[in-house]
Design a protein around this ligand. Structure first.
Ligand SMILES: *Cc1c(COP(=O)(O)O)cnc(C)c1O
Length: 424
C-alpha cells in the first residue's frame, strides 16, 4: 500500500495535490511519500522483531539525501556499494557502525575511507579482495569486520539482469568453497570474519528461492562454527519484490519474509541484517509527466509524454511494467483506449508501455507512473541533453524540492573548454 490515492477527483500524494506540485516545479518530476518510505521500513523492522536485527536500506535504489535522512532518523542502517554511497550515508547522519559495504569491486581508496570513517562490516566477494582489505586494514592499524558473500547457486526466477545467486553470476564465492575461504580470512592479520552474507537477486516474487538460499547459509553457519569461527551475524541481502502490476500480482509481505527467516536461521541465535531497497523505495515514488501530443498511428494511438527513457530506464532496460494512471481521476466505467506510451527520445527503446488500456487522455493532461521510487531517479541520465528531472519529497501537507532541475546553463557549465579552444 502507498499514499498516492485519488480524492476529490484527482491524484494526491499524502495530503498534497499532485497537480499543485506540477504547477510549482514543472514536469516531469519524481515525487516521494515520506509516510510510505517510513511504513515500508517499519514493516521490515517489525518482521524481524524476534531477533537482534538491523534493516540496512540499499542506498543504490534511491539515494537522495533527504530520503536517506528520513530513513536514518527512523533508525535504518544503510547498505552501500561505492565510496559515493558511503559518503552519502555518512552525510545523512548514519553512524558508521550501521553501514554495510557491499559490491564486487571495492577499491583501496573506498576501503580506507570506510575503515577511517567507521563501518559495520564489509561484504567481501572474492579472495583477491580479502587480501587487499587485510593489507589496507593492517596499514591503518585496524581490524576490518567482514562477511563473505556466498553464492548459493539458486535460481531467483527473476529478470536475468537482476539475478545474482546462480553460479554463473559474477557475485560472491561459491558456497562449496566457503569454508576454505573463511579459513583463509581467519588467517589474515587485518580481518575479523564474523558474518555470512548472501544476496540472490532483486524483484523476487516468491519466497522459495530465499528459503533455499537461507537453508544453505544455516548449514554453512554450523560448519564454520565447528571449524572454530565465531559467526555472530547473518546478512540475508535484499531482493523482495513489489507489485508493479497491481491488477495481477501479490508478492509475499515483509511479515511472511520475516517468518521464513526465523524458520530457516532463527535457531542459530545470530543477529540478522537485511538490505531491502526496492520494497522500501519502489512504491514510495511516482514519476509525473505531461502529455505533449496524442498522435494517431496505424492501428494504434501514441501518447507522447515529456518524460523519457533517460528519466526512467526500467522499461527499456528490464522490460519492466509500471502502472500508468491519469492524475485527473477517470470517471467510473470510462471507455478505455489502447495507447503506446512513449517519450521524445530518438530511439524506439524509448517506449514505456505498448497497447496500454487507459481512459482517453488529451494533450496537456498529467499522467503518473506508479512504483517509480526505486531504480528511477538514481539511474537517470542527461541523454539527449535533457536535464535531470527534479525530485520532490512530500510529508503530510507539505512538500519540498529535494533536488532541483538544473538549467541548461548549469548543464553546459559542467563541461570545460580546453585552452586551445578558447578565444584569446
Ligand atoms: C541491489 C542490492 C540490494 C537491494 O536489492 P532490492 O531488490 O532493491 O531490495 C541489496 N543488497 C545488495 C548486495 C544489492 O546488490
Amino acid at each position: 500500500m502507498d499514499h498516492f490515492l485519488y480524492r476529490d477527483g484527482e491524484l494526491w500524494a499524502e495530503d498534497v495535490r499532485v497537480a499543485d506540485i506540477a504547477a510549482k516545479v514543472g514536469t516531469p518530476f519524481y515525487a516521494y511519500s515520506t509516510a510510505t518510505l517510513l511504513r515500508h521500513f517499519q514493516l521490515f523492522d517489525e518482521a524481524l522483531n524476534w531477533a537482534d536485527h538491523l534493516v540496512c536500506f540499499a542506498v543504490k535504489s534511491l539515494s537522495n539525501q533527504a530520503v536517506l535522512t528520513t530513513l536514518a532518523r527512523a533508525g535504518a542502517g544503510m547498505d552501500v556499494v561505492s565510496g559515493g554511497e558511503y559518503a552519502r550515508a555518512i552525510a545523512a547522519g548514519v553512524p558508521g557502525d550501521k553501514i554495510v559495504f557491499s559490491g564486487v569491486g571495492k577499491t583501496r581508496d573506498e576501503m580506507r575511507a570506510a575503515l577511517t570513517g567507521g563501518i559495520r562490516q564489509f561484504n567481501v566477494e572474492s579472495e583477491p579482495e580479502l587480501l587487499v582489505l587485510s593489507d589496507v586494514a593492517t596499514q591503518l592499524g585496524v581490524i576490518a569486520p567482514i562477511a563473505i558473500r556466498v553464492n548459493p547457486d539458486v535460481d531467483a526466477k527473476t529478470h536475468a539482469k537482476i539475478a545474482t545467486g546462480k553460479s554463473e553470476n559474477k557475485f560472491g564465492i561459491p558456497i562449496a568453497r566457503a569454508r576454505d575461504v573463511y579459513a583463509m580470512a581467519a588467517d589474515l592479520p587485518g580481518l575479523n570474519p564474523l558474518a555470512i552474507d548472501v544476496h540472490i537477486g532483486s524483484q523476487l516474487t516468491d519466497l522459495e528461492p530465499f528459503r533455499l538460499a537461507y537453508q544453505k547459509v544455516a548449514e554453512l553457519t554450523e560448519q564454520l562454527r565447528a571449524d572454530g569461527l565465531d559467526i555472530q551475524r547473518l546478512d540475508l541481502g535484499g531482493g523482495l519484490g513489489i507489485p508493479y502490476e497491481r491488477s495481477n500480482s501479490a508478492p509475499p509481505l515483509p511479515i511472511e519474509y520475516g517468518q521464513m527467516i526465523q524458520e530457516t536461521v532463527g535457531h542459530l541465535g545470530c543477529e540478522i541484517e537485511i538490505e531491502p531497497g526496492r520494497l522500501i523505495a519502489g512504491n514510495s515514488g511516482i514519476l509525473v509527466t505531461d502529455t505533449i501530443y496524442v498522435k494517431s498511428g496505424e492501428g494504434r494511438d501514441f501518447l507522447i509524454v515529456d518524460a523519457a527513457m533517460n528519466d526512467l530506464i526500467r522499461p527499456a532496460m528490464y522490460e519492466a511494467h509500471h502502472d500508468i494512471i491519469p492524475v485527473k481521476e477517470p470517471v467510473a466505467g470510462a471507455e478505455q483506449t489502447a495507447y503506446d506510451i512513449v517519450g521524445p527520445i530518438c530511439e524506439t527503446g524509448d517506449t514505456f508501455a505498448k497497447a496500454r488500456n487507459m481512459p482517453p487522455i488529451k494533450a496537456g493532461e498529467l499522467v503518473a507512473f506508479r512504483s517509480a521510487g526505486a531504480y528511477g531517479a538514481v539511474m537517470a541520465s542527461e541523454y539527449n541533453s535533457r536535464p535531470l528531472i527534479p525530485e520532490v519529497l512530500v510529508d503530510g501537507d507539505q512538500f519540498a524540492v529535494i533536488r532541483a532541475r538544473p538549467t541548461y546553463e548549469d548543464m553546459i557549465s559542467r563541461d570545460t573548454i580546453p585552452s586551445w579552444l578558447q578565444d584569446t
